[in-house]
Design a protein around this ligand. Sequence first.
Ligand code: AMP
Ligand code: MG
Length: 297
Amino acid sequence: MGTTISLKVITACPKAEFTKIANSVFQNFEKIETQFSRFRENSEISRLNQARGIPFPASEELFTITEHALKLAVETEGAFDPTVLNSLIAEGYQSDFETLEKNQSQTDDYLEPVDFRSITLEPESQTIILAENVALDLGGIVKGYAVDCAVKILTQKFQHFLINAGGDIYLAGKNLVDEPWRVGIEHPTKKGTLLATLAVSDRAVATSGSYKRRWKKGNSENHHIIDPKTGHSAKNELVSVTVINQVVETADSLATAIFVLGAKKGLALAKNKKVECLLATQNLKLLGTPGIEKYIN
Ligand code: AMP
Ligand code: MG
């Protein structure tokens, strides 16, 4: 997934059994990567993107996640939009982040305006139809989904664990000293410094930020969250958004959506969706929903 996955489990279960379960968790991440990575030519999503204009019979997972993404697109009036791929590539994110050229020269990439309305879902045949000029990118939601799948496997055997896929996290039960797990909100520029610490048990915590996946293109500093209204990297007062709720997929996608919306509209969305959220602004002010207080440590 172009990201590090870490797993911590507090258990007395025999090592061999633990290793077996951990392996099935990691294999499942690998399976989701081979299905959803836009950087793999043969992934299901790449095959769908190559079949623009043609009805594409999708797997149940691809169909369901696309359905969830489109629902959020409608609810956020397009702030969350899984058709931002053309814009993302035009901004310079055209390959795996690890191999991406971080100092790119300016190019004149013409962008045809597209949006989520150019995707048609046919539930009966589980078919997805993309308009000719559209590409689907589920990067804002699928990592959360993958962590939810891991949680399903882990909860069959374990009560206390933490699973983290690059900032999309689930924290079950308690930590080694029998307290709620702690999650640090990183300072955007000072490595190793935290802006806040959240104490969480049996919750998903997902963070979207503009400070990690950044690069230069010509004179502009770009990052990986696109404002679909402009087609460029979202620019507002925020540097990071953390959402807490029960389901990682929801937390992940809402964090991306709230980042695009900015503080005022983003907090209104969090309230509407009944999730807690913590926002960090460019000048390092922390804002949040009233209910976030109980998690701040
Ligand atoms: P996250 O790190 O969860 O905020 O997800 C960022 C990823 O979501 C990007 O790498 C893109 O693949 C995708 N993305 C970027 N902007 C948007 C957007 N406005 N709506 C939906 N997905 C987006
Ligand atoms: Mg996200």
